[in-house]
Design a protein around this ligand. Structure first.
Ligand code: NAI
Ligand code: MG
Length: 504
């Protein structure tokens, strides 16, 4: 294995040498070690070329269909139905009928059994789901195999257990189901977001109409097959695909009594306006710009791994990503040096290669947004640094990137980039770290790295974020609630708290 050598060079957002207004810290020479490819077997994958809507336990045709592609090679994987307003109406009415006639009448114990059955069947098909998730969305197979799919399954198991214990969850209060839940999910964790929403809804006795995101509909339709296999009563879960118009039809339908949305803050605000004056219950899980705080006494090598996992996990398409690194000034240089070195060993490429750390950017639209914000960072004068790895010739890719010398006023310190791009700021005292961490419109998550337990508690208790991690990052568990403050939304998903959103 050869050692890495540093090379002074100015590079553009897509990795080519250019002139910039900002200073460049130079890039390391491209990665010197190579692994043989280890491509995940795809032969066991069963996909149809066209997916209809899943309404009332059956596949229902519609007028329009759209293509979903594999963002790592731009090839079409399948066509999926584009649900119109009348399709949404059909789905919601079907869900209402299933609620009135079946789901609200069966015993809580039986509800639990069905959810448990879904979890078990998913578990058997975990590998197939992982491969499809990576194909449709671009995420590295090692992540879909070890995070997305197992966590989704864990949520079904977890809420299966709650179904007949709702009275214990809220002591001294009588709780009951709501009716039809309308659920709208994003493209960054398709099956996992579906599990976060469907599992508690069913456990609490509600029925569901859920819409997948434009670029990643496939694992939800595979879930529809699982639901059929589990013999869940027809119409209890209805799965549709479409775009913002379809989502708006779910929100505006008078029979959806609860709206659960995960996505952009912009759309979250539109939904809030639309349901104003109605009796709909709502939870919103929106954007973030989390502070990941590194104190000088932190175990630095572990912290570097936490930074990498915080921002490059899932190509940075993570609402709780540690996208704002706050480093204590005394260790800034060493942290940046270590980070540069670590960036070179991140393998970017084929999502189905088991060696891949960073997969493809989910869509061309998202790639353009990342490029635009990175250019803004360069123009604003932050110091730009990017891995020099090779990229495949087709598909949507962005090299792992970070900016140092970022000021609070820079747009890259405030706006969600939703890509593999880290903004590094510094602080001198713990009080300044807290002040800067809270200086954001968002409040979803935060991390702190230090050797001192007391400092962890003192710092994290002052940070206004729904989820906080100490000496780790991006760890999830179905038993712990997830959600935000401020423009990151409200309501909690996961844990006992997650039940409250689906009960009266
Ligand atoms: P988006 O918020 O437009 O899409 C999320 C979901 O909402 C999709 O299923 C979409 O079809 C649906 N939707 C869109 N407009 C709607 C409306 N008016 N009513 C109801 N549903 C609607 O997010 P998009 O366009 O995919 O990404 C834009 C940016 O949002 C990203 O660059 C990223 O910064 C942020 N984002 C944040 C996410 C998070 O988890 N916090 C997830 C996805 C995107
Ligand atoms: Mg796709």
């Amino acid at each position: 294995m050869k050692t890495l050598t540093e090379q002074k060079q100015k590079i553009s957002p897509n990795g080519n040498p250019v002139k910039t207004n900002g200073k460049s810290t130079g890039a390391l020479k491209k990665q010197q070690w190579n692994y043989s490819k280890s491509i995940e077997d795809q032969k066991h994958i069963k996909l149809k070329s066209e997916y209809d809507l899943f309404i009332g336990g059956k596949w229902v045709k519609t007028k329009k269909y759209f293509e979903t592609i594999n963002p790592s090679n731009e090839e079409v994987i399948a066509k999926v139905a584009y649900a119109s307003e009348s399709d949404v109406d059909k789905a919601v009415k079907t869900a209402e009928r299933a609620y009135d006639k079946v789901w609200s009448k069966i015993s809580a114990k039986d509800r639990g059994k069905y959810i448990f059955r879904i979890a078990r069947i998913l578990q058997e098909k975990a590998r197939e789901f992982a491969v499809i998730e990576s194909m449709d969305g671009g995420k590295a197979i090692k992540e879909s195999k070890t995070v997305d799919i197992p966590l989704a399954i864990a949520h079904f198991f977890y809420y299966a257990g709650w179904a007949d214990k709702l009275d214990l969850a809220f002591a001294g209060r009588k709780v009951s189901s709501i009716g039809v839940a309308g659920q709208i999910i994003p493209w960054n964790f398709p099956l996992l977001m579906a599990a976060w929403k469907i599992a508690p809804a069913l456990a609490c006795g509600n029925t569901v109409v859920i819409k997948s995101a434009e670029t990643t509909p496939l694992t939800l339709y595979k879930l529809a097959e699982v639901i059929q296999e589990a013999e869940l009563p027809e119409g209890v879960v209805n799965i549709i695909s479409g775009d913002g118009m379809t989502g708006a039809a779910i929100v505006n339908h008078p029979k959806t009594k609860k709206i659960a949305f995960t996505g952009s803050t912009e759309v979250g605000k539109i939904i809030m306006r639309q349901i104003a004056g109605t009796d709909k219950k709502i939870t919103l899980e929106l954007g973030g710009k989390a502070a990941n705080i590194i104190f000088e006494d932190a175990p630095l090598d572990a912290a570097i791994e936490g930074i990498i996992n915080g921002i490059y996990f899932n190509q940075g398409h993570v609402c709780c990503a540690g996208s704002r690194l706050l480093v204590q000034e005394s260790v800034k240089d060493i942290v940046i040096k270590k980070l540069k070195h670590r960036l070179q060993s991140l393998k970017v490429g084929d999502p189905l290669d088991k060696n891949t750390d960073v997969g493809a950017i989910n869509s061309k639209m998202q790639l353009n947004k990342i490029k635009e914000l990175v250019q803004i960072g360069i123009d604003e004068g932050a110091t730009f640094y990017q891995s020099q790895c090779e990229l495949p010739s087709r598909g949507y890719w962005f090299r792992p990137t970070f900016f140092s010398d970022v000021a609070q006023s820079h747009r890259i310190a405030n706006e969600e980039i939703f890509g593999p791009v880290l903004s590094i700021l510094t602080f001198r005292t713990p009080a300044e770290a807290v002040e800067k961490a809270n200086n954001t419109f968002y409040g979803l998550s935060a991390g702190v790295w230090t050797d001192k337990g007391s400092k962890i508690f003192k710092t994290l208790s002052k940070i206004r974020a729904g989820v906080v991690w100490s000496n780790t990052y991006n760890k999830f568990n179905p038993a712990s609630p997830f959600g935000g403050y401020k423009e990151s939304g409200f309501g909690r998903e996961g844990g006992r708290h997650g039940l409250a959103a689906y009960l009266k």
